[in-house]
Design a protein around this ligand. Sequence first.
Ligand code: G3P
Length: 217
Amino acid sequence: MKFFVDTAVIDDIRELNDYGLLDGVTTNPSLIAKSGRNFIEVISEICALVDGPVSAEVASMDYASMIKEGDYLATLADNVVIKLPLTLDGLKACRYFSQKGIKTNVTLCFSANQALLAAKAGATYISPFLGRLDDLNLDGMELIREIRAIYDNYGFATEILAASVRTANHVKEAAIAGADVATIPPGVIKGLANHVLTDKGLEQFAKDWASTGQTIL
Ligand code: G3P
């Protein structure tokens, strides 16, 4: 499973990249607003920092404006992925970019039929939002399983990018359900390494090692 980080905070991206944990980055208008940064500047910086795909979302809702914005965003760097909303205009724009060989991420997916449409439009990635379905007492993970089954039935190449991931359990369950990618907040990625028994074991090893009076170097 590939890990993308879901943030526009450069320091977090740099830290995770240095750990070798990053396969890509996703952003959205809310994350850009939260960063307080200029959209174009921050996307250009992220693309220079990370080798993998970096999703940059269009702001317009109509096809013609999405095309203009996406064509411009695609000039920023070779690894920009154009993020488009799952609307009829967004799907039409997805078809346009996929025919031009520009990668796309179709976002705000909440149903298997929406995911089917995105695959038919040639999307590189489909982003089902797990956490937001769970927020409504629906089953976000069931959506991943449904999309996996549909894409496998027809051999669609569109990658399932589990989004709105909030917990370590979401990451594990999405991996079991066969998501190709998870886009995860920085804190959740780092938290995946934690286990209380790891901490306890290390504490004991450190104590016992100290009692030997030895050093390795
Ligand atoms: O990738 C989409 C994600 O940022 C949405 O997450 O937590 O706002 O539902 P959330």
